[in-house]
Write a protein that binds this ligand. Structure first.
Ligand SMILES: [Zn+2]
Length: 142
């Protein structure tokens, strides 16, 4: 199980403990969107199998009681993608979930003022998502 990620921000805002419930922001994407997704250039930090019948808020998803069997792949930033197969038709559908981050770079002054982590250095970038508050720090010299 993925109980470890429950206490790790921002997953607690996105992760649904119920087996049949989708993570927050769950939506189908096209094959092209999946091809451009993080799946191909980041390592996932967790994966899980679910049979989804409900949205994150508990409302029914799709039609009838047909569950979406899906393998979810979680990334470091609380987002992820899912791959669902239809074993009757031998087809595959793709999904995404989590925040559509909108990052904004912040200065040391802002970090102090808002109690945000800050890493100094000429090539360090300190970013915060204006929608969910996820912090993303990276070194652009690599
Ligand atoms: Zn975000």
């Amino acid at each position: 199980m993925n109980t470890k990620i429950l206490n790790f921000h921002p997953f607690k805002e996105v992760y649904a403990e119920e087996f049949n419930r989708a993570p927050k922001g769950f939506e189908e994407i096209t094959q092209e969107e999946f091809a451009k997704s993080k799946f191909f250039y980041y390592s996932h930090i967790a994966s899980e199998y679910k049979q989804i019948t409900e949205n994150f808020d508990g409302t029914p998803i799709g039609t009838g009681n047909i569950a979406i069997p899906i393998k979810l792949f979680w990334f470091f930033d609380g987002t992820g993608v899912g791959i669902s197969n239809n074993w009757m038709e031998w087809t595959v559908k793709f999904f995404r979930f989590g925040c559509c981050h909108k990052y904004e770079e912040y200065s040391k002054e802002i970090a102090v003022k808002r109690n945000l982590p800050y890493s100094g250095g000429r090539c360090m970038h300190n970013m915060v998502c204006t929608k969910c508050g996820h912090i993303y720090q990276y070194d652009s010299s690599d």
